[in-house]
Design a protein around this ligand. Structure first.
Ligand code: MLZ
Length: 266
């Protein structure tokens, strides 16, 4: 589902180019997602990466799984690509001589972990090994992103969202991911071979829901206000800001209630 956002129009509008798929550590065709809600598997605890835990698939979105660690709460869900090396079939840990661990923040007494493990696995639907992907795609040899290139990226503050983004800067093996229309509020640096960044068109191939850009455009300093260095671009803002009482202009990121579409909409 693509909402109403069209990369084709947006790239024209912004005069920008898409980062070539050779820049990314992603497979050229997104990996097939054959998981089902309710299936259990082994996953690294994202808050304690030396632990292998039991996780349940609580949602599916494109080539990604929404996972919840058994024995944890529902406030710490995390998302993984189906070809992530951080997930594996149940039994893998034991095969390699390891022990399944309780998740960080296990809601019961630690002494009840062995019994909890038995019960959680008893009669569980285990994700079959054949639906796991043998390995992650290879990482490109070097960071070949360039400032200004467009991409799709996981919003790490709202990891269920994948959003249109622009390379804002390069720092060795790192890339500054800036989210279009959000004035820097969600930006982050990641390695060029991060699994959280995707080529333009990824979501339309996986069926993941690509969010439209926000409505705040960061303009060159010479055009922005001296204090903020950023203003709203009328051309990109569907709601006129003139005529509204002062102090009510624009919105704070994170408070938007309604979906907005720009001139790049279909
Ligand atoms: N709840 C927020 C989400 C913002 C997501 C921004 N992603 C770059 C809002 O809709 O305001």
């Amino acid at each position: 589902y693509q909402g109403h956002f069209s990369w084709e129009k947006y790239l024209k509008e912004t005069g920008a180019t898409a980062a070539p798929s050779s820049c990314f550590k992603q497979s050229p065709t997104p990996p097939l997602n054959e998981f089902k809600v309710g299936m259990k598997l082994e996953a690294q605890d994202p808050r304690n990466t030396t632990s292998t835990c039991i996780a349940t698939v609580v949602g599916l979105t494109g080539s990604r799984l929404r996972l919840r660690l058994d024995g944890s709460d529902n406030k710490n869900d995390f998302w993984r690509l189906v070809d992530s090396s951080e997930i594996q079939p149940i039994g893998s840990c034991e095969k390699s001589g390891g022990m399944l661990q309780p998740p960080l923040g296990f809601r019961l007494n630690a002494s009840s972990w062995p019994m909890f493990l038995l019960k959680t696995l008893n009669g569980a639907e285990m994700a079959p090994s054949r639906i796991f992907h043998k390995q992650e795609p290879p990482a490109p040899e070097q960071n070949s992103f360039q400032v200004g290139m467009k991409l799709e990226a996981v919003d790490r503050k709202n990891p269920h969202f994948i959003c249109p983004a622009t390379v804002g800067a390069l720092r060795g093996v790192e890339v500054l991911v800036t989210f279009d229309g959000w004035r820097g509020a969600f930006d982050y640096y990641c390695r060029y071979d991060s699994r959280d960044i995707f080529p333009v068109g990824w979501c339309s191939l996986t069926g993941d829901n690509l969010q439209p850009p926000g409505t705040k455009a960061v303009l060159p300093k010479s055009l922005g206000t001296p204090t903020e260095g950023s203003v709203e671009t009328p051309a990109m803002n569907p709601t006129p800001t003139v005529g509204r009482p002062p102090g009510q202009r624009g919105r704070k990121p994170g408070r938007r209630k309604t979906k907005v579409t720009g001139p790049w909409s279909q």
